[in-house]
Every structure is written in C-alpha cells, then in structure tokens.
Write a protein that binds this ligand. Sequence first.
Ligand code: FES
Length: 100
Amino acid sequence: MPEFRDWTTLIPLGASIAAVTFLTYKAFGPGSKKKNMINPDIRKDLAKVADVFDIEDIGDKVSFCRCWRSKKFPYCDGTHNKVNQETGDNVGPVVLKHKE
Ligand code: FES
C-alpha cells in the first residue's frame, strides 16, 4: 500500500505550476498583444494607417505626431510630453518647415 504523504509537500510544485501559468498568460494571453502595440487606438479599423500630404499644402511649418497618442493625429498636439513623463520615453514630433 502506498505511503500517505503530507499534502504540504505539494505546495512548492503547485506554486511553480501557478507561476508558470501566470507568466504564460501575461505574455501570450488576451491584451498582451495590444500592450506591445505602438498604435493603441488610432484608426484601428484600417489594416495600415498612412497619410499623404502635398508639400504645397503645408504652410510654413507642420509637426507630425510620432508617439501615436495625439488627439489631432497625424498632427502633434503636444500629448507626447505627457507620454514621456509617464513612460520615461523621449519621443517627439517630426517637424517640417520651409527653408528661411
Ligand atoms: S503628440 Fe505625438 S509626437 Fe507630439
């Protein structure tokens, strides 16, 4: 007859299985893909976000967003400052202007 073992001996194994399951869920579960996306919510109905501008239509200067958080995307509205504060990142717009 097998010897009865104290159930507490199974705690380390159970904890290890729970930890691996949790880490796998965090890495590959729902929401993990979105967290790694550059674009969190701009025109998500499109397969690709692309904008074309005629250079003649650009005034003296225009700033295009590169943080993907601007409410006026594709134009920069300064939201990158808040994003940088929250994340420690250093993103900013690309600025086009005519030569002076
Ligand atoms: S708001 Fe995105 S770069 Fe300025």
